[in-house]
Design a protein around this ligand. Structure first.
Ligand code: SF4
Ligand code: SF4
Length: 206
């Protein structure tokens, strides 16, 4: 009997949770029904990607130690690390490095695990090419810094949708100089530094 009651209780709990999740999903749908379409007139207007956007990978040749960790953690073993052993220095010497962005899934594993932080993900998302072989970036192409949308005088940068202030639906409606939603990375950094300083001060007084 107790077992039966427990089963009924579990069933009721799961049904309630399912109804809650359906309600949450529908609330997003209804929210979108009130919005109007927003068209970004690319390439004259471009959306600024968010800070953690995973775009084209940047590579710093001088920092690479040819450890091949990036190859091992890559789900498709994609980065090509071409090195030779330097007998005089008794260490590996990098000759070439390449990543094929026609195959890369931009998961960021290589960036996450690289021990020398010589890989980083940039905000560059315009990688189209007529020939797929052009997407195979060598260390020179990977070493190029990404172009900043805001520096291009021919382009109107559009604020990324997640950072629009409350009530603003289109970046076109934004008054000039309006502050973005949420805190800026430098503000978060300041806050973290203040917290760290406060915790160090309390540790010293103990
Ligand atoms: S993990 Fe980093 S240091 Fe190691 S080979 Fe890859 S890019 Fe170079
Ligand atoms: S981003 Fe992911 S798929 Fe692309 S090279 Fe790095 S680990 Fe491989």
């Amino acid at each position: 009997m107790l077992n039966f009651l427990k089963q009924v209780g579990d069933y009721a709990k799961e049904s309630f949770q399912a109804a809650k999740y359906i309600g949450q999903g529908l609330s997003v749908t209804f929210d979108h029904m009130q919005r109007r379409p927003v068209t970004v007139q690319y390439p004259y207007e471009k959306v600024i990607p968010s800070e953690r956007y995973r775009g084209r990978i940047h590579f710093e040749f001088d920092k690479c130690i040819s450890c091949e960790v990036c190859v091992r953690v890559c789900p498709i073993n994609l980065p090509v690390v071409d090195w030779e052993f330097n007998k005089a220095q008794k260490k590996k010497q990098l000759k070439h490095y390449s990543i094929d962005f026609g195959v890369c899934i931009f998961c960021g594993n290589c960036v996450e695990y690289c021990p020398t932080n010589c890989l980083s993900m940039t905000e560059e998302y315009e990688l189209s090419a007529y020939d797929r072989h052009e997407l195979n970036y060598d260390n020179v192409a990977l070493g190029r810094l990404p172009a900043n949308i805001k520096d291009d005088p021919m382009v109107t940068p559009m604020r990324e949708f997640a950072y629009l202030p409350k009530g603003v639906i289109s970046p076109h409606d934004l008054p000039a100089g309006a502050r973005r939603a949420g805190r800026r990375p430098e503000e978060l950094l300041e806050e973290l530094e203040a917290e760290l300083a406060a915790s160090e001060a309390t540790a010293e007084t103990k």
